[in-house]
Design a protein around this ligand. Structure first.
Ligand code: AMP
Ligand code: GLY
Length: 421
C-alpha cells in the first residue's frame, strides 16, 4: 500500500538523494521536504520551514499526519529535533541530541574511542592557547588541529610548520573564529580515506556500501577543504577484509559504547575512516548521512528505504540490504569562490539535456527558482551522478553530463575517482 506520508528535513543534495530513494519506495505515497530546493520540488512538496525550526516542524508533522520524518543535516539533530519529535510520540529517523554529540564534539568522539579501544590518531585536547602552542612545538609536523564543535567541515587545519599552527590556534582559541571552544591536536595520519555509513539501532549495526569523498576544492587534491567536491562507490582500494575490520573493530564497538554511555544511537552513523599503513583508523564520526556520499550510495540501494528507516525507528527486523552491482560517480558543481565567499543567482541551463543522456541523476545541492528559471543559490549547487557497469563508465557518463550544463559561475573537478581510475 503506497499510503505512507514522509517528511524529509533539509534542503541539499543529500536530502534530494533521500527524497529520490523514498520516491522509489512501494510504501510511500506522499513526500514533504522542509525547506527542500528547486530540484527536490519535482519529487516532493516543499515546505517553507528551516531545518532548525524544530517546534514548527513538529507541529507540521502532527497537522499533516506524517508517518515518518527523516532528518538530513546535523544542525537539526544538534538542535534536538529527534528529542522533540519523540516527546510528541512522532516517528523520526535520526539520533537524539545526546547521541549526536559524537559529531558535534570532536573531543567527546576521541574520548569515546579511547575508552572503547577504537583505532584512531593519538590526540590531546586544549582550551588554553599557550599550552596548545607549547604541545604543538614539542611535537612533529604536519600536525592536525581540529576545532571542537560544528564548523561545517572548515574547522580542521593541517599545519605544516609552527607559523601555520600558531595562526590556526590563534583563530580557534584566541579570536574564537568558530565560537568559544576547545581544540583537539591530533597526530597526522596517511593513506586513502573512505566513508563507511551504517544504519544503527542501539547495538545493532547494518553497513552500507562504502564510498569515497574528495574534500579539496581543486584537481590533484589541491586547495582548501570543502564540504566535498565529488564521490564514488564502490571503492576498490578498500577490500572486504578492510570493511569487515571496520565493522567489527570500529562501528560495532562504537555503537555498543554509545549504549553503555547512556546515549544509544539510532540513525546513520558515518565513519570517516583512513586505511593507514598500520590498519584502518578513524578520522571522524558524523551522526547523519554524508554529503556528497549519500548521492552515490543511495542510488545503489535496491531495498525499499522506507522499510530500512522503519526497522531502525521501530526496532523491527531489518530487511536484507541489497546493493546494485552498478557503480556510481558524481561531480559537484560549485559556485566560483567556494568554499570562500561566492555570488548567487546565476542562471543554470542544460539539465534536461544532461539527464537525457541516460545513466544520470542530478541532485540539487543549492538551487532556487527565480522568475521561472533555475538559478544558483549556494556554495555547492549541483551533484551530477553517473552510473555504469564500472567506475570508468560511470565517470564517462557523469563527465559527458556536466559538459551539457551551462552556467557562468560554476566550477567542478574532472578528476573525481583519480585514485582508482
Ligand atoms: P574531519 O573534518 O575531521 O574529517 O577532517 C577533514 C579532513 O582533514 C579529513 O577528511 C582528512 O583529509 C584530514 N584529516 C583530519 N584528521 C586527520 C589526521 N589525523 N591525519 C591526516 N589527515 C587528517
Ligand atoms: N562528506 C563529508 C560529510 O558529509 O561530512
Amino acid at each position: 500500500m503506497m499510503d505512507k506520508k514522509v517528511l524529509v528535513v533539509g534542503g541539499g543534495g543529500r536530502c534530494h538523494a533521500i527524497v529520490d530513494a523514498l520516491s522509489r519506495s512501494q510504501k510511500v505515497g506522499k513526500i514533504y521536504c522542509a525547506p527542500g530546493n528547486a530540484g527536490i520540488a519535482a519529487q516532493a512538496e516543499c515546505v517553507p520551514l528551516k531545518d532548525t525550526q524544530v517546534d514548527e516542524l513538529k507541529d507540521f508533522a502532527i497537522a499533516h499526519a506524517i508517518d515518518l520524518t527523516v532528518v538530513g543535516p546535523e544542525v537539526s539533530l544538534a538542535a534536538g529535533i529527534v528529542d522533540v519529535f519523540n516527546a510528541a510520540g512522532l516517528r523520526i529517523f535520526g539520533p537524539t541530541k545526546a547521541a549526536a554529540t559524537i559529531e558535534s564534539s570532536k573531543d567527546f568522539a576521541k574520548q569515546l574511542m579511547a575508552r572503547y579501544n577504537v583505532p584512531t590518531a593519538a590526540f590531546r585536547t586544549f582550551d588554553d592557547y599557550g599550552q596548545a602552542l607549547e604541545y604543538v612545538g614539542d611535537g612533529r609536523f604536519p600536525v592536525v588541529l581540529k576545532y571542537d564543535g560544528l564548523a561545517a567541515g572548515k574547522g580542521v587545519v593541517i599545519a605544516e610548520d609552527m607559523a601555520q599552527a600558531e595562526e590556526a590556534l590563534k583563530d580557534m582559541l584566541l579570536d574564537d573564529k568558530f565560537g568559544k571552544g576547545r581544540v583537539v591536536v591530533e597526530e597526522f595520519l596517511t593513506g586513502p580515506e573512505f566513508s563507511f555509513m551504517c544504519f544503527v539501532d542501539g547495538e545493532k549495526v547494518w553497513p552500507m556500501t562504502v564510498s569515497q569523498d574528495h574534500k579539496r576544492a581543486f584537481e590533484g587534491d589541491k586547495g582548501p577543504n570543502t564540504g566535498g567536491m565529488g564521490a564514488y562507490s564502490p571503492v576498490p582500494l578498500i577490500s572486504d577484509e578492510d570493511i569487515e575490520y571496520s565493522l567489527e573493530h570500529i562501528m560495532k564497538p562504537v555503537a555498543a559504547g554509545m549504549v553503555a554511555e547512556g546515549r544509544p544511537f539510532k540513525g546513520v552513523l558515518y565513519g570517516g575512516l583512513m586505511k593507514t599503513p598500520s590498519g584502518v583508523k578513524v578520522i571522524e564520526f558524523n551522526c547523519r548521512f554524508g554529503d556528497p556520499e549519500t548521492e552515490v550510495v543511495l542510488p545503489r540501494l535496491e531495498t525499499d528505504i522506507y522499510d530500512v528507516f522503519s526497522a531502525v525507528v521501530d526496532g523491527t527486523p531489518m530487511p536484507r540490504l541489497a546493493w546494485s552491482a552498478r557503480a556510481t560517480l558524481g561531480f559537484v558543481m560549485a559556485s566560483k569562490g567556494y568554499p570562500g565567499p561566492y555570488e548567487k543567482g546565476y542562471a543554470i541551463d542544460g539539465l534536461a539535456e544532461a539527464e537525457a543522456l541516460g545513466d544520470i541523476r542530478i541532485y540539487h545541492m543549492g538551487t532556487a527558482e527565480k522568475d521561472g528559471r533555475l538559478v544558483t543559490a549556494g556554495g555547492r549547487v549541483l551533484m551530477v551522478v553517473g552510473s555504469g557497469d564500472s567506475l570508468e563508465s560511470a565517470h564517462a557518463h557523469a563527465l559527458k553530463a556536466v559538459g551539457c550544463i551551462r552556467c557562468d559561475n560554476l566550477f567542478y573537478r574532472k578528476d573525481i575517482g583519480w585514485r582508482v581510475l
